[in-house]
Design a protein around this ligand. Structure first.
Ligand code: ATP
Length: 254
């Protein structure tokens, strides 16, 4: 049963009871010529993925695991910004559906009460000057009741935080509605300028002390917000400004 109110985001929806990872399946559809906006949804994943080869805990029946296939017409260097477009869409959708103050931890996590309720993983197949396809995977902890020991301190679900169960299709449909709208704005501007203010309002790192952990380089500072290409603007103790690219970076402190 479809609750989608979109033109292309989630058209079609490919539903699976179980799969290895919705990103893997969406990439296969991408290779096979699947159309822009195709959404792969699964009830559970046996090999859910995070960034840098890490895993995404994907228990059965409780959460949203979905990946959207995109065929953008812009250049490959713009694609990483799509992660931020999706983060904004998820945060807005969670706020609309649950009334809870979900926030964004730059660049790709959605948090509630400082704990992670959603992760986003963007993968691309491209030539140097041409995108073949992009896949954006979204894992939202909706009705999950508990997490493994290792992530108990950092992970939570909407059900744990609100004491209520939420309807996954309603939330997924709201994410698609926001995403389609924000994607269209992004694609027209070719940068995040039209979304920058909205993103920065929801940014939980804003005006906070953070630690930036880059391979071989670590420093602290105050996060000021994102710029129009999605880099995080950080003011260091000596007053100098650094703009950090999401690529290999982890940020601590919210
Ligand atoms: P960092 O917090 O270092 O920036 P990240 O944003 O790169 O991490 P992701 O790749 O988005 O992390 O997610 C993978 C990590 O998230 C895992 O290593 C694990 O710590 C944590 N994790 C795994 N499954 C879940 C889940 N269902 N909910 C919340 N957190 C999870």
């Amino acid at each position: 049963e479809s609750r989608l109110e979109t033109e292309w985001a989630g058209n079609p929806v490919i539903y699976m009871d179980e799969t290895d990872s919705t990103n893997i399946q969406a990439k296969k559809l991408g290779e096979a010529g699947g159309k822009h906006g195709t959404l792969v949804v699964s009830d559970r994943q046996t090999a859910g993925k995070g960034r840098r080869g890490r895993g995404w805990e994907s228990p059965s029946g409780a959460s949203i695991y979905m990946s959207i296939l995109l065929r953008p017409e812009f250049l490959p260097d713009k694609a990483p910004m799509l992660t931020l477009v999706m983060a904004l869409a998820v945060a807005e959708a969670v706020q609309e559906v649950t009334g809870e103050a979900a926030g964004i931890k730059w660049p790709n996590d959605i948090v509630l009460n400082k704990k992670k309720i959603c992760g986003i993983l963007t993968e691309m197949s491209a030539e140097i000057d041409y995108i073949n396809h992009v896949v954006i995977g979204v894992g939202i902890n909706v009705n999950t009741e508990s997490f493994p020991e290792e992530i108990q301190k950092t992970a939570t679900s909407l059900a744990i935080e609100t004491g209520k169960k939420w309807k996954r299709p309603d939330l997924a449909a709201a994410v698609m509605r926001y995403f389609e709208n924000y994607y269209n704005m992004f694609a027209e501007a070719q940068d995040l300028k039209p979304l920058q203010e909205r993103y920065n309002r929801l940014l939980v790192n804003k005006d906070r002390e953070i630690q930036v952990l880059e391979p071989g380089h670590e420093f602290g500072g105050t996060a000021l917000g994102i710029n129009e290409t999605g880099e995080l603007i950080v003011r260091k103790a000596d007053g100098s400004i650094e703009e950090i690219y999401a690529g290999e970076v982890s940020v601590r402190g919210i």
